[in-house]
Design a protein around this ligand. Structure first.
Ligand code: NAP
Length: 409
């Protein structure tokens, strides 16, 4: 016979309202719809949540990873959580309460997480990032300084390079960080649109060096992952912006997907489609350092996948970079008369050069489609096996040293 309801303890999953940036990632990720929100807070329904932890790794702030041991009958309700400005402290529990119904401790979502473990610490030499300077209650207002189509006129996708200017507002970003965009208006249920996150595509000193601006790489979303027609709220809003329009912005976000600053550090970058944004930012920062005669020395190696050359964001400017500065490997999947090629195929072809880099002081970045992750991990493993290297040990070391960064959607 089970213990009386009043004595049963559960580990209740809670979201810290002080840290949460309201990006909807957890609600999107939860496989059993246990997470909901109002115009104030994101909350977890204790009657639905099974503690699976699937929402934990994708959360960009860690606000999701909060737990309180409570008596099941006294669990914090959804209505109560909506009123919170901060999390309650852990209550002392009656001595007679029996832990008989606590869900298994969160494993950080590992069973549902991406196939690759990734670093949750930044490179040791990364610059210190500013975080959460603006939130949905106090946004920064950016002015559109430019909106340029990056893909060919006849390409399948409309990918845009959007430049946002912050005027005199303090909005410092580092390469690899993201910002939140608040589209105006409300969804079908009348709730204000939640914010969407976009990676910064420009270097820390501005899209134009010395200016208080940054750029984003945005693809107009017109279909979902299954190919059904949908109208992406934020992407269509952004892609339609005109020069001079204003945009409400939150952030900056991202404390670990950052580049190393020490001379001699190598960057191994693997991306697809608009996942190029952080790679463009890092490459441009290194290019500016070199142009200014600063010591850089480290190598840059880029693997970049798109359907066709005309769909590859920044194709023209990339081709102008000298091979002595960056070792570039482009993979095209839908070029007439050519075999479908993915970034992982190019990685394998470049195996010896990749292993040379992996043996050194190298920081690896993956960004783009979720689907590429498994293929990239397999390619890295196979390349290491061929070279007689212990990939599981190297991967674990890179993860713990802040040298293995993954951002996929
Ligand atoms: P896409 O055009 O759909 O795909 C880019 C390339 O990746 C295509 O050649 C595609 O080949 C290939 N690909 C598909 N499945 C693959 C797999 N399993 N392994 C390796 N390559 C594969 O890409 P997209 O629509 O631009 O998507 C980019 C992703 O980056 C999105 O999920 C986006 O959310 C994410 N992202 C964007 C930003 C940003 O700031 N904009 C930041 C971070 C991440 P096929 O011909 O087979 O389709």
């Amino acid at each position: 016979m089970g213990a009386p309801e009043t004595e049963v303890l559960i580990r209740q999953h809670l979201i810290d309202p002080e840290v949460c940036i309201r990006c909807n990632t957890c609600e999107d990720t939860c496989p059993i719809d246990a997470i909901t929100h109002d115009d104030r807070n994101y909350v977890v329904d204790p009657d639905i949540c099974n503690g699976c932890g699937a929402c934990v790794p994708p959360c960009p702030t860690g606000s999701i990873d909060n737990w309180r041991t409570v008596q099941k009958a006294a669990a914090y309700s959804v209505a109560e959580q909506f009123t919170w400005d901060e999390l309650p402290v852990q209550q002392e529990l009656p001595a007679e309460a029996a832990a008989v119904d606590a869900p298994p401790p969160s494993d950080g979502g590992q069973q549902n997480a991406a196939v690759s473990a990734a670093s949750t610490t930044p490179p040791w030499s990364a610059a210190h990032p500013y975080l959460n300077l603006y939130d949905i209650r106090r946004t920064a207002t950016a002015t559109v300084a430019g909106n340029y189509r990056l893909t060919d006129a006849d390409a399948d996708s409309d990918i845009r390079h959007i430049v946002l200017d912050f005027g005199t507002q303090f909005f410092p970003v580092l390469e690899g960080q993201s910002i939140g965009i608040l589209p105006p208006g409300a969804d079908a249920s009348g709730k204000p649109h939640y914010l969407r996150m976009y990676s910064v595509a420009s270097a820390r000193d501005g899209e134009r060096s010395g200016y208080n601006n940054l750029s984003l790489t945005v693809k107009r979303v017109v279909t979902d992952h299954e190919g059904q027609a949908v109208q992406g709220v934020a992407s269509n809003y952004l892609c339609d912006l005109q020069k001079g329009d204003t945009v409400q912005v939150t952030g900056p976000f991202g404390a670990h997907y950052l580049m190393p600053n020490h001379p001699g550090s190598n960057l191994l970058m693997i991306c697809t489609g608009t996942g190029a944004a952080p790679m463009r930012a890092m490459t441009e920062y290194r290019r500016r350092l070199m142009a200014a005669g600063k010591p850089v020395e480290g190598k840059l190696m880029l693997f970049f996948g798109a359907r066709r050359p005309g769909e590859l964001p920044y194709f023209g400017p990339l081709l102008k970079l000298p091979p002595s500065f960056i070792d570039m490997h482009l993979a095209f999947s839908r070029v007439d008369g050519e075999p479908k090629t993915y970034v992982q195929d190019r990685l394998r072809e470049a195996g010896p050069a990749v292993t040379e880099l992996l043996k050194g002081d190298t920081y690896l970045y993956v960004c783009g489609l979720k689907g590429m992750e498994a293929g990239v991990m397999e390619a890295l493993r196979d390349i290491c096996i061929t070279a007689g290297m212990d990939w599981p040990a190297l991967h674990a070391r890179m993860v713990s040293e802040g040298r293995f960064h993954v951002e996929t959607y």
